[in-house]
Write a protein that binds this ligand. Structure first.
Ligand code: C2E
Ligand code: MG
Ligand code: MG
Ligand code: MG
Length: 290
């Protein structure tokens, strides 16, 4: 965005700003091209039962496969897409890719129960969202209970009654709702009693500190993760730990009764073709990776 400043409303550019403006414009163009040329992909990352190691589901994570720039991550794209409003079309595209991928993956693994968790931006919560989701899952032959809608505190922040209505509709329809990045930002316990949440995803910053060098931090994080898990279970939510990278972390989480884990220890987010090979290579039959 250009800054009108100085006399006569002349446009004054700071060299840094010019750079930033140019980069931003390039990403805006990339997003439009990606929609037109079909460069968006939904990478899948397994979500694993900590007891037994079975793959319970997958999180769909947006990637832009740029023909010359390589693979762009959500951090490069989401914020700008939200600001321009393109996030609605981007979100719809990811949704379609994710459902199509799930069908393909289920056929390959024989697992017709695995769920798909999809991230939604606050802007996507228009009143038509539930009915569009219902139509899409039915088109792909996916049972509604296999769909998990991931939201962050940003969606719940203003206690908007329309958001509540939409979340209730998801529930009536059979989908589950996951509260992402739990424990960070403004994400507060009160969301657990004001909104119909089914799954709590503990933010990866807590998981990282479980094995921190500093004993004090390590101890406190462990108490926090154990406490969040106990509270979530009392609220009848299941618990997923994000960013599980080591066996030590996995063992601690299991000991605390955390239901599921997601992280590089199990698998990175990847295109489903690659994931199918990873799953084939794992020792246990079916779709077990841990
Ligand atoms: P998120 O929903 O919390 O997703 C988890 C992020 O942690 C992903 O980053 C994933 O690649 C990363 N991750 C998974 N395991 C590990 C691990 O063991 N260690 C570390 N360090 N990181 C791990 P990613 O794919 O870059 O996505 C970042 C964020 O972008 C997501 O955070 C989500 O908020 C947003 N996002 C991704 N896809 C979409 C989308 O389709 N729509 C919207 N609205 N947002 C999306
Ligand atoms: Mg997420
Ligand atoms: Mg998260
Ligand atoms: Mg996050």
């Amino acid at each position: 965005s250009k800054k009108r400043d100085g006399k006569n409303g002349a446009l004054l550019y700071h060299p840094m700003m010019q750079d930033h403006t140019r980069q931003r414009a390039a990403i805006e163009r990339d997003i439009e091209s990606a929609l037109e040329e079909d460069w968006f992909e939904a990478y899948f990352q397994p979500i694993v039962d900590l007891e037994g190691g079975r793959v319970a589901g997958y999180e769909a994570l947006l990637r832009l496969e740029h023909p010359t720039k390589g693979t762009l991550a959500p951090s490069d794209i989401i914020k700008i897409a939200e600001e321009t409003g393109a996030i609605i079309r981007v979100g719809n595209r990811v949704l379609e890719k994710a459902l199509a991928n799930l069908v393909e993956l289920s056929e390959a693994t024989g697992d017709k129960d695995a769920y798909i968790a999809i991230n939604f931006s606050p802007l996507q919560f228009e009143h038509t969202l539930p009915i569009r989701l219902a139509a899409l899952t039915s088109r792909y032959g996916i049972a509604p209970h296999r769909l998990v809608v991931e939201i962050t505190e940003a969606t719940l922040l203003h206690d908007n009654p329309q958001i509540r209505t939409i979340l209730d509709e998801f529930h009536r329809f059979g989908c589950r709702i996951a509260l992402d990045d739990f424990g960070t930002g403004y994400s507060s316990l009160s969301y657990l009693n004001r909104f119909p949440v089914d799954i709590v995803k503990i933010d990866q910053s807590f998981i990282r500190s479980l094995s921190a060098e500093e004993p004090e931090l390590r101890h406190k994080s462990r108490m926090l993760v154990e406490g969040i898990t106990a509270i979530s279970h009392k609220m009848e939510c299941s618990v997923v730990a994000e960013g599980v990278e080591t066996e030590e972390q996995r063992d601690i989480l299991r000991q605390f009764g955390v239901d599921r884990g997601q992280g590089y220890l199990f698998a990175r987010p990847q295109p489903i073709r690659q994931l199918m090979k990873t799953l084939e290579k794992s020792h246990q039959p079916g779709s077990s990776v841990a």
